[in-house]
Every structure is written in structure tokens, then in C-alpha cells.
Design a protein around this ligand. Structure first.
Ligand code: C2O
Ligand code: CU
Ligand code: CU
Length: 418
């Protein structure tokens, strides 16, 4: 923290080795370490400043996924950090509490850079979120979920032979294989982040217990929702609060929910509750003090067509083409039609509410503020989008499929906020 109150952070992108399995070292990438990066924690209103040092020996970027901020600070494909260079973005945290994250966004290389281990969580707090379990590592637990392929020698494999890129058959949670957690409180908040290249997860517990969903990608819900399954596609987040009784054991599991990237069952995390648990405060009935995103009657509607060829509106990403121009600080309806494969859709510097999926209300697990949405094959999803208020006629923001192979293949467009 400097004299003017700015919070300074240092992130070094570096190469290293990690022992995911005892005695088997493999090459990985990380930030300030050999795999993944530190959790950044800030509060609404904070001024933050980063020095992102690139020690990878090749160009990359760091994008703040879910953050509202000026385009030059966004860390998208235009904010390249050359080998050996340092990038120093700074901005004011100006959005409600949310679980945001960071990862590289170099065009054509995002899948590889994220897969090798460059990602981390970025937690924004405010008065609302502080009423929920907030003791980091005790009853506020980040869970970064990723599927990986390993060779028989325990080496990370980048074999990429599916329509969706690399689909792993092993799971790492926070970079740990076969993880275990002991809880000491009767209520624990888990921040789920799907940081996988392509796979979707359908989160539940093996003993069938339900839990409370308290937040989607971009912030707290109005009221907690009691659920026993949540689907998250790549880039999506959810915060849940789970209740435990002394001595209980359960497993956080991902159930199969379809074909392709939705197929497969995985144990994610074994959880054991202590024989004595500290009581935590009850979950408030009203969670967010921010009203849901409402769309004015005359809102502009924009249409986007996603296709099997990894195109949006029949175009591949062009770094030198602006696809849309949006008035800063406005709200619009974005309608996305998916004509082939499973895709999802993420918008930078924006938050949205799903109006409907094929004309129907979205499932309760995706009823809150979001910035990334799964678009099932053959579906139309309409979003009420609230854009950040950072006009810049020269630097675009991105929207894209967050299946990283598709994104690298050009399933991405650029918009200016003016
Ligand atoms: Cu998670 Cu455009 O990124
Ligand atoms: Cu993003
Ligand atoms: Cu896609």
C-alpha cells in the first residue's frame, strides 16, 4: 500500500516444475510460483496497481476476467507483454463484490498458456459479501477446477485432438491432485471457478446434500437459492455456502450432464468436518444491495450467431477490425444463437442477466449477475447486458467463446465503448 492508499501487487509469470504425483516432476507455468498464481483480494473502491513481469521467455498477456476497467488495462490480446517486459496496469475497483479471475489472453496462444498453469483468483469484497463466511482458507475457500491429461510418467500432456481442444481425464483443484479439506466451521463458502480449457462441470455432493447458491460470476444474488447441482462452463464462477454437521464426510463431485464437454464424472474434493465445529453467522435473507440488471424498453438489440466453424456472425477474429460500437455505460440486449457444437459466450467489461434461453427463464443456478454463459447446441440465449463506463475510441474490448481452442481459432469479436 503506497502513501496515497493504492494497493500494489507484483505478479511474475514464470516457468517451473511441479510434482502433481509423488516423485514425478513435470514442466509447468505459474505466477509467483510454479503453478497457478496468488489470490488477489481487494475491496470495492480500492485503487489497485500491478507490475506484471513476464519471465516466460515469450510474449503473453494477463487479462482480468470479470473486471470493469479501462480497455488499456484489460489485458486482452492488444496489451501484449513481451518476454522480459513489465506491464503496469492500474484502476479503481468499481463494481459489486464478485469472484473474478485472471489469465493470459494472447491471441492464438490462450489455450496453451492457461493449460500450462497461468491463472489465479481475484476476489472483490464489499459490505454485502462480508456478511457471508469470509475467513479466507478457513470458511471462504477458493476452488479452481481444471481437467488435465498426463502421460504415464506424470508429464502434463498437451495432446489436443478433440473439437474442443484438450480434454483431460484427471482433475486438479487449486493445482492439487486428489485434494482433501478439513472444515472447522458449520458453514463454508466455496468459490467455484471453472478454469478448464473446455470441460463443463455439474457440481453436486455424493451424499446428495443441497447447498445455497449465493453468487454467480459477476456478483451476489438477491436471495440465496437452495440447489443440489450447478453447471459451470469454462470461465464461469459460482459461490456456494455449504452446511456441515460435526464429523460428516462428503465429496464434491462433478456429474455428467450431456455429451462432449458435458460428459464425464469426477470426484473433485473430499471434505471432512471436524468433530467440533464453530457456528458461523446465519446467511442473510437479502444478499445483494445492487438491484438486478433491468433493460430499458427501447434498448438496442444486437445479434450474434455462433457456428461450428468457430465463427461469430460468419467472421473470424481480426485484431484490426472493430465489430461493434457500443455507447459506454448503456444497457443492451445481446441475443446469441448457437448453430453448432457447445459454446459459451463471455463479454469483457460487462455484467449481464440471462433474460431467457430458448424463450424460457434460465435455471435458478444462473439467475444472477454473470459475465460468461453456456450456450447449448441449437439454443438462443438473450442477455440483458450492462456495460462498464469506460469510453475509449481507440482500444477495443473482446467478446468470445471461452472454450479456449475456439477462442484461439478466432471465435472472438471486438467492440469499442464510445
Ligand atoms: Cu476469461 Cu476474454 O476472457
Ligand atoms: Cu474476460
Ligand atoms: Cu466455442
Amino acid at each position: 500500500i503506497s502513501a496515497d492508499g493504492t494497493k500494489h501487487f507484483q505478479l511474475a509469470m514464470q516457468t517451473g516444475t511441479t510434482e502433481f504425483f509423488p516423485g514425478k516432476k513435470t514442466d509447468t507455468w505459474g505466477l509467483n510460483g510454479s503453478y497457478l498464481g496468488p489470490t488477489i483480494m481487494v475491496s470495492k473502491g480500492d485503487n489497485v496497481a500491478f507490475d506484471v513481469v513476464n519471465k516466460l521467455g515469450e510474449t503473453s498477456t494477463i487479462h482480468w476476467h470479470g473486471m470493469k476497467l479501462p480497455a488499456v488495462m484489460d489485458g486482452g490480446p492488444h496489451q501484449m507483454i513481451e518476454a522480459g517486459a513489465t506491464w503496469s496496469p492500474h484502476w479503481t475497483i468499481n463494481q459489486p463484490a464478485a469472484t473474478v479471475w485472471y489469465h493470459p489472453h494472447l491471441h492464438g496462444k490462450t489455450a496453451q498458456h492457461v493449460y500450462r498453469g497461468l491463472a489465479g483468483m481475484f476476489i472483490i469484497n464489499d459490505q454485502d459479501s462480508k456478511k457471508l463466511p469470509s475467513d479466507y482458507g478457513v470458511d471462504d475457500i477458493p476452488l479452481i477446477v481444471q481437467d488435465k491429461l498426463f502421460t504415464s510418467k506424470g508429464q502434463l500432456s498437451e495432446k489436443d485432438d478433440t473439437t474442443f481442444g484438450t480434454l483431460g481425464d484427471e482433475i486438479l483443484v487449486n493445482g492439487t491432485y486428489d485434494p482433501f479439506l478439513k472444515v472447522t466451521k458449520n458453514q463454508v463458502r466455496f468459490r467455484l471457478l471453472n478454469a478448464s480449457n473446455a470441460r463443463t462441470y455439474y457440481f453436486g455432493f455424493t451424499d446428495g446434500r443441497s447447498y445455497k447458491l449465493v453468487a454467480n460470476d459477476a456478483g451476489l444474488l438477491q436471495k440465496p437459492a437452495t440447489l443440489d447441482r450447478i453447471k459451470l462452463s469454462p470461465g464461469e464462477r459460482a459461490e456456494i455456502v455449504v452446511e456441515f454437521k460435526p464429523g460428516e464426510e462428503t465429496i464434491l463431485h462433478s456429474y455428467s450432464s450431456g455429451s462432449g464437454i458435458e460428459k464425464g464424472e469426477f470426484d473433485l474434493l473430499k471434505i471432512v468436518a471436524s468433530s467440533k465445529l464453530t457456528e458461523s453467522a446465519a446467511i442473510p435473507e437479502q444478499l445483494s444491495s445492487v438491484p438486478p440488471i433491468e433493460i430499458p424498453k427501447d434498448a438496442k438489440v444486437r445479434q450474434f450467431k455462433m457456428t461450428m466453424e468457430s465463427m461469430i456472425n460468419d467472421k473470424k477474429m481480426d485484431m484490426n477490425r472493430i465489430d461493434e460500437v457500443v455507447p459506454a455505460g448503456t444497457k443492451e440486449i445481446w441475443e446469441i444463437d448457437n448453430f453448432g457444437w457447445s459454446h459459451n459466450f463471455h463479454i469483457h467489461n460487462a455484467a449481464f442477466r440471462i433474460l431467457d434461453i430458448n424463450g424460457k427463464k434460465p435455471p435458478e443456478y444462473e439467475s444472477g449477475r454473470k459475465d460468461t454463459v453456456f450456450i447449448p447446441n441449437g439454443s438462443t440465449v438473450r442477455l440483458a447486458v450492462e456495460f462498464g463506463d469506460y469510453p475509449d475510441p481507440n482500444h477495443p474490448f473482446m467478446y468470445h467463446c471461452h472454450i479456449l481452442k475456439h477462442e484461439d481459432d478466432g471465435m472472438m469479436g471486438q467492440f469499442l465503448l464510445v
